[in-house]
Design a protein around this ligand. Structure first.
Ligand code: 16G
Length: 246
């Protein structure tokens, strides 16, 4: 816990600052599910605030369902409300399919969509000549309304002339047009989220995330999409099945 997390100079009341800080600690996984919160007096000392402020902050998080109180025992983290997903890496599925197979409702918040020139990196990944046009779509992906990942998909305009054609699932839209994602190559790496992406995902700056790049191909090997995405580290486990080498 961090004494400097709160400031008297901010226009936000101290109890809401404290609630925001604790929410960040819970969402980013620095407090695990069922972890006990320190007692009221200890928290008040650590943050140099009154016990009333601590109580009001905790009340906020109890109302949000992020904390649970057991009479005479204490206050505990309850992360059960935010979806947590185990994702197989070896099958090619869309976000919408992944979520619905878990009984979760997939959603997208559109951050940006336009037809634009491919960057050199995108052109290379998609086998396009420099300056070719692509549909670029940036979305926040949600499950039951909770932010899960940020995703920027780039599709050559000969497969998708206008990003506005996409309603709901991108893969459904492509399949309807006769372009079925058949195979994909993926690269995963660990990152810490920069401020803007952290804010969009509703986690503190610097939270752990997985950066995933996907190049999706048609059956004949033609590149169909190039996707760069940031997955919340606290919301995902990625599972791979391993077989004995032949
Ligand atoms: C997944 C894919 C992404 C694809 C999207 C389509 C990864 C890393 N990415 O998120 O490449 O564009 O599904 O989802 O798995 P949609 O059909 O629900 O729009």
């Amino acid at each position: 816990l961090d004494r400097d997390a709160l400031s008297n100079d901010l226009p936000l009341p101290l109890y809401l600052q404290l609630a925001r800080y604790l929410r960040g600690q819970i969402i980013s996984g620095r407090f695990g599910h069922r972890d006990a919160l320190p007692g009221e007096r200890e928290m008040a000392e650590r943050f140099s605030v009154s016990r009333v402020t601590v109580r009001k902050a905790i009340k906020e998080l109890l109302d949000e369902g992020l904390l649970q109180q057991r009479q005479g025992v204490g206050t505990f983290v309850n992360r059960g409300t935010s979806p947590y997903v185990e994702q197989r890496l070896s099958t090619l599925t869309s976000f919408s399919e992944d979520m619905s197979s878990r009984g979760l409702t997939a959603g997208s918040v559109w951050l940006n969509r336009k037809v634009t020139a491919a960057s050199p990196e995108e052109a290379l990944a998609l086998g396009l000549s420099p300056g070719a046009t692509v549909s670029r779509m940036q979305r926040l992906r949600t499950a039951n309304g909770n932010a899960m990942a940020l995703e920027t998909a780039v599709i050559p305009t000969r497969f998708l002339a206008d990003p506005l054609e996409v309603q709901g699932s991108l893969y459904d839209t492509l399949r309807r047009k006769g372009f079925t994602p058949h195979r994909a190559l993926q690269r995963l790496s660990a990152i810490q989220l920069p401020a803007e992406q952290a804010e969009q995902l509703g986690v503190p700056e610097g939270s752990a995330a997985l950066y995933i790049e996907r190049r999706t191909l048609l059956e004949d090997g033609t590149p169909l999409e190039f996707v760069r995405s940031q997955y919340r580290g606290d919301a995902y486990d990625f599972i791979v099945e391993l077989n004995l080498a032949a």
